[in-house]
Each structure stands twice: as structure tokens, then as C-alpha cells.
Design a binder for this molecule. Structure first.
Ligand code: SAH
Length: 341
């Protein structure tokens, strides 16, 4: 079914130039998405891994220009979920059938190394895989989290364009982000990274670099999402990222990296009511339903219009399960590690 006569097919090596050409050419999109879907099926099968996402604190010391959690946003109602409650919510997610818990937050120093280790150990007692997504930390912290039982870490590079990175992340250091990713890899985590698509001044050329970067750093998971302007950030008047372009970056990542885990991101569903299903049919094999209780959901507003803010965890589970089954895919019963796929 792969079009034999298509020029792109004969490409063995995806050079930057070739990736740019594909990203710029919108006449072959359907072909690109179906190729990514085939490669997904061949390499990771029809199983979809569900990761239960707990957004446990929206307090953040950073000032990322695109993000609603940035510390300079005074309009947001801040919260922190206490360690015992995080473990309790994880337990509920495990009872619902989740095999992985993802803990995500702003960069909140309240959760010191010791506090995080206590949470990690509590969750690992539940016989579940654990992913952390809590930003930049020291090598020693990452090591302590790993020793306490954390399995995976998500830290998007956001963009590999150093100038753009600097514009988007005041007071942050691109090299430190790379240091974090390398430390995580060295420590044996399954490494998740990814990028935003549609940031102001972002070029297609730099998106091609992003894709090549994911491969070079040896990512086990790659999350790609369109940029969505938040009204209480300096980027409020900029254009929303393009759904199709984000989908193309994701599809190309699947085609190049073949057997990694790729989530159908929530930001995609925010821009298109069927966004996650479209993503699952264009290379993705993971979904991260929200298992945070309703009282906190609307407050974790990294961007506006986030889906499911009025729902409780069990509703999200049932809704996404039905959608996944409706396209002939299977809910995985395994922990869904990259290496054992
Ligand atoms: N503090 C953690 C988690 C950040 S939130 C960390 O630094 O890794 C998770 C992701 O949300 C970010 O990596 C970013 O890519 C995405 N995000 C933030 N603001 C966004 C926006 N306005 N539109 C789309 N995605 C956004």
C-alpha cells in the first residue's frame, strides 16, 4: 500500500534537506500520515499505552514565554497537591487500570529531592511504571529519583534553535537543558523529549533539526504539540501553531525513529476535536489521559481551552478507551516500555 512511485520512499537517509522538503510540501500529507501509520503498526503494533497523568503542582519558578504557569502570571490560582494525596490519586489510577503514572508539575522547589523520593517510593509500591516531568534538576536529584524507582523522564527540548530557545526562555540556558537530557540518558531513564510547533519565529528548518535531534539524543519517547497562545503570557497575540504541521513533525518522527513511544498529545485534541485519534492514525501509540481530580484541572492551564477540565478521571478513561477501540486499536495491558515493545 505504500506508494512505490513516490519519491520520498526511496529515501534511505532522512537528511535535513529532505525533511524540510517534506514539511514544506502539503501535497503528500495523506501519504505521509499513512506511511507513519504503517510503520507504527509494523514496529509497535496496535496496542495503545495509556499513561495516567497527575498534574500535581502549577507553581513554577520559570518564565517560559508561552506557558500559562510562568511565575509572572498573577491571574492563575496556584495549587500544590500533598505527597500523600499524590500517592492516593496514583492508587486510584492503578485501580482504574493504568500501568504507568506520569507526574507533571511546574518547577516547584517545594518538592525537594527528599520529598520527591518519598512520593516516588510510595507510587512504586503500587507495581506501576513511573514517569516524571518536573523540569530541570541536578544530576544528583535525577540519580536519587532513579534510585527511588522512577523509570522514565519527560523533558522537551521545546526547540533546538538556540536563538529561539533564548527568546522563549528568559534566564534559562539551552546547554543546561541538553545537560539534563544527557544526564537522564546516562542514568538509564527511558528518555522523553519533544518540541512545540508554531512558536513565533520558528522555522521549518529548525523543526527539521528538532526531528534529527530526537534521533541523535536517543529518545525513547517524543511528544510533539502545537503552540497555543495563552492570554496571560507575552505571546498572547501570536498565531496558534498549525495542527497539520505538528502532525507532520510527529509522523516524520515515527518514520525515522520507528519503534519509539509517541503520544497523541492533548494540545492536538485542543485544536481539533478528533486530534488524538487522528494522531493515533498518523504514527502515535500512546495517550496520556488526565487522572487529576476535577478541582485542579482548570488551574493547570499551560494553554487555554485544555480538554476535559470538567471531567473526573474515570470519565476520561472511559471516553478515550471507547475512541481507541472504535478505530480497531487495543488498550495495552503492559507497562509499555520502549525496549520491550
Ligand atoms: N515543567 C515541566 C513540565 C512543563 S508543561 C517541564 O519543564 O518539562 C509540559 C509541556 O507543555 C511543555 O514541555 C511545553 O512543551 C507544553 N506547553 C507549555 N505551554 C504551552 C502552550 N502555550 N502551548 C502548547 N504547549 C505548551
Amino acid at each position: 500500500m505504500i506508494k512505490q512511485n513516490n519519491n520520498y520512499l526511496i529515501m534511505k537517509n532522512f537528511t535535513k534537506e529532505k525533511i524540510i522538503a517534506i514539511l514544506k510540501d502539503n501535497t503528500q500529507n495523506e501519504w505521509l500520515f499513512s506511511l507513519a501509520d504503517e510503520i507504527r503498526k509494523e514496529n509497535v503494533g496496535d496496542e495503545v499505552h495509556l499513561r495516567g497523568l497527575i498534574e500535581f503542582s502549577n507553581i513554577c519558578k520559570r518564565t517560559c514565554k508561552y506557558c500559562g504557569l510562568r511565575c509572572e502570571n498573577k491571574e492563575i490560582d496556584r495549587y500544590r497537591i500533598q505527597p500523600d494525596d499524590i500517592i492516593k490519586y496514583s492508587q486510584k489510577a492503578v485501580e482504574m487500570g493504568y500501568k504507568t503514572i506520569v507526574l507533571q508539575s511546574g518547577e516547584d522547589e517545594y518538592y525537594s529531592c527528599d520529598v520527591m523520593c518519598e512520593i516516588i517510593k510510595g507510587i512504586k509500591n503500587l507495581d506501576v511504571a513511573l514517569t516524571l516531568s518536573i523540569g530541570e534538576r541536578s544530576f544528583d536529584d535525577y540519580k536519587a529519583f532513579k534510585d527511588a524507582g522512577a523509570d522514565r523522564y519527560l523533558l522537551r527540548i521545546e526547540t533546538t534553535d538556540k536563538d529561539l530557545y533564548k527568546q522563549m526562555h528568559p534566564y534559562m540556558d539551552f546547554d543546561n537543558r541538553i545537560r539534563c537530557l544527557k544526564d537522564l540518558k546516562t542514568l538509564g531513564y527511558e528518555l522523553g523529549t519533544g518540541c512545540l510547533v508554531g512558536l513565533p519565529n520558528q522555522t521549518v528548518e529548525s523543526l527539521a533539526d528538532d526531528i534529527l535531534f530526537f534521533n541523535k539524543i536517543g529518545a525513547d519517547m517524543v511528544g510533539i504539540g502545537p503552540f497555543i497562545p495563552h492570554p496571560n503570557t507575552p505571546l498572547k497575540d501570536f498565531k496558534t501553531g498549525d495542527f497539520t504541521l505538528a502532525l507532520k513533525v510527529m509522523a516524520l518522527t515515527r518514520i525515522i525513529m520507528k519503534d519509539i513511544n509517541i503520544p497523541a498529545t492533548t494540545a492536538m485534541e485542543t485544536l481539533n476535536p478528533n486530534g488524538r485519534i487522528i494522531a493515533l492514525q498518523s504514527g502515535a501509540n500512546v495517550v496520556m489521559p488526565n487522572v487529576t481530580t476535577r478541582e485542579y484541572r482548570a488551574k493547570y492551564e499551560i494553554y487555554p481551552g485544555k480538554i476535559c477540565v470538567n471531567e473526573e478521571p474515570s470519565q476520561c478513561r472511559h471516553c478515550i478507551e471507547a475512541k481507541i477501540k472504535s478505530i480497531g486499536r487495543i488498550i495495552s495491558k503492559t507497562k509499555g516500555f520502549h525496549k520491550t515493545c
